[in-house]
Design a protein around this ligand. Structure first.
Ligand code: NDP
Ligand code: PYR
Ligand code: MG
Length: 496
């Protein structure tokens, strides 16, 4: 830690951590687990974003498996090159929507590598059971295409049949090589592929989309905890999102599902409490024909509105959630409006990395005069406002996917079901304490994350057993203890 702290440039800390992961994996995990709050922003958002942008020039040794269009016809052979045989979790990207940074082509590899290091550090999945993969189908990022250090195929992205054939071959090869109980986590695909890949492969494979499903689960947990602070139920809130893509509609669907389960209202009626704004304005009935399929359920009867401020003023949401990937979009006027008709406005600016956050913690607390219940996707430091210290929570899918994946692995689940996401949300929400609320925090600190992951894993596994989706039999009596006993710890074995 002393050496790491001597680097003042965040990217240098990232490089030092990656070097350590390569040189002494056990020490890397020991350091990460023991200093999780300090090191999470280094190996994960925001610094991993900068690392991906500069991946070509900081590249030293390959950390994951690259599968390119050129490997078509021999993807299984390429998979067999990976030295570990017993894989439990794959995180795969095609690099087209890396955080809010857009298309970074195969430089997106930093994301599967970072996510899987959290699977191990936060969720206790053995490092040797984790496989980061980047599918290289080219990039439409002109800067990268012209960058002498770019490490990927120098061509524009393959689309249509060519793209889907490669993905199909990849998914077949994964099943053939590792069996059907390997969890494939789709990460940072663009939404024009993400929803379709999830729908298609959830019928035949154990797949999970972190941006759609993991984010939804963690944000729902944050809302359930926030309700304990502000009072009322999910059904009593009005929700407005800026951004109607994977994260936005994924969260919206899970809120509607949870609301429906607790009220017995049809899901479609619950969706009516949820409004979304995309780059063209509010989703409304008159735009329905031209909307992508995942937006259509949220196109309600309303006049057309172009801007977020107009939507806030007209809809008067109690909860405002940013999933646009565009920084500085929660302006002073927007936050002041939220504070003018809510005693405690709930404001989540979820876009990553920090530079793309819809607002900063300081802006949220200052402009709402200290009334906001705030959380963000990337971490912000505590904020002093009128003598009080507010600690912003980090509403990031990192709270859920490691424990969720552990639950799937230990139960031998063969499919992911929405009820397992709800179980994870409820488990995480239960971990927030009055002590956290007193500081304005709706998520427990990351320092206890391994314990939290074990609780999430136990609830997820229990749900998998209840739904008949678990294949590891008999069901352990105490799932929390069982989850804990399965977790990797970075200790050296004693030989004598
Ligand atoms: N905190 C967390 O755990 C997570 C955070 N995220 C973050 O969320 C962001 C979005 O990710 P994702 O949903 O996958 O991305 P998508 O590309 O699927 O969706 C982005 C949405 O934002 C809309 N949008 C873009 N620009 C504007 C604008 N200026 N005003 C209003 N809406 C706009 C887009 O509109 P249109 O549809 O018209 O193009 C689209 O609906 C990223 O920054 C990502 O890092 C994602 C997952 C997890
Ligand atoms: C956190 C995450 O998955 C994202 O920003 O894409
Ligand atoms: Mg992501």
């Amino acid at each position: 830690m002393h050496n790491l702290r001597s680097y003042t440039v965040p990217l240098h800390r990232y490089i030092a951590m990656m070097d350590l992961q390569e040189r002494n994996e056990r020490l890397f995990y020991k350091l990460l687990i023991d200093n999780v709050e300090e090191l999470l922003p280094v190996v994960y958002t925001p610094v991993v974003g900068e690392a991906c942008q500069k991946y070509g020039s900081i590249y030293r040794r390959p950390q994951g498996l690259y599968i390119s269009l050129k490997d078509k016809g021999k993807v299984l052979e390429v998979l067999k090159n990976w030295p570990e045989r017993s894989i439990q979790v794959i995180v795969v990207t095609d690099g087209e929507r890396i955080l809010g940074l857009g298309d970074l082509g195969c430089q997106g590899m930093g994301i599967p590598v970072g996510k899987l290091s959290l699977y191990t550090a936060l969720g206790g999945v053995r490092p040797s059971a984790c496989l980061p993969i980047t599918i290289d189908v080219g990039t439409n990022n002109e800067t990268l295409l012209n960058d002498e250090y770019y490490i990927g195929l120098r061509q524009r992205r393959a689309t249509g049949e060519e793209y889907h054939e490669l993905l199909q071959e990849f998914m077949n090869a994964v099943k053939q090589n590792y069996g059907e109980k390997v969890l494939v986590q789709f990460e940072d695909f663009a939404n024009h592929n993400a929803f379709d890949l999830l729908a298609k492969y959830s019928k035949s494979h154990l797949v999970f989309n972190d941006d759609i499903q993991g984010t939804a689960s963690v944000v729902l947990a944050g809302l359930l905890a926030a309700l304990r602070m502000i009072g009322g139920g999910l059904v009593d809130q009005t929700y407005l999102f800026l951004g109607a893509g994977e994260a936005g509609t994924g969260i919206a669907e899970l809120i509607a599902l949870e609301m429906s389960k607790h009220t017995e209202l049809p899901v479609d009626d619950c969706r009516k409490k949820i409004w979304l704004v995309d780059s063209k304005g509010l989703l409304v009935e008159s735009r329905k024909e031209s909307l992508q399929h995942f937006k259509k359920p949220f196109a309600h009867e309303h006049e057309e509105l172009k801007t977020l401020l107009e939507a806030v003023q007209s809809i008067k949401p109690t909860v405002l959630i940013g999933t646009s990937g565009v920084g500085k979009t929660f302006t002073q006027e927007v936050i002041e409006a939220m504070a003018s008709f809510n005693e405690k406005p709930v404001i989540f600016s979820l876009s990553n990395p920090t530079s793309h956050s819809e607002c900063t913690a300081e802006e949220a607390y200052t402009w709402s005069k200290g009334t906001a219940v705030f959380a963000s996707g990337s971490p912000f430091d505590p904020v002093e406002y009128e003598g009080k210290t507010f600690v912003p929570g980090q509403s990031n899918n990192a709270y859920v996917f490691p424990g969720f994946g552990l639950g799937v692995v230990i139960s031998g689940a063969i499919r992911v079901h929405d009820d397992m996401l709800l179980a994870a949300s409820e488990a995480l929400a239960e971990e927030a304490t009055q002590e956290n609320f007193d500081k304005g925090l709706i998520f427990p600190p990351f320092t206890n994350i391994r314990k939290i992951s074990a609780s999430i894993a136990a609830k997820v596994a229990a749900k998998a057993y209840d739904l008949g989706l678990a294949s590891r039999l008999p069901r352990p009596d105490d799932l929390v203890k069982y989850a804990e006993s399965c977790m990797y710890t970075p200790l050296y074995r004693s030989y004598r």
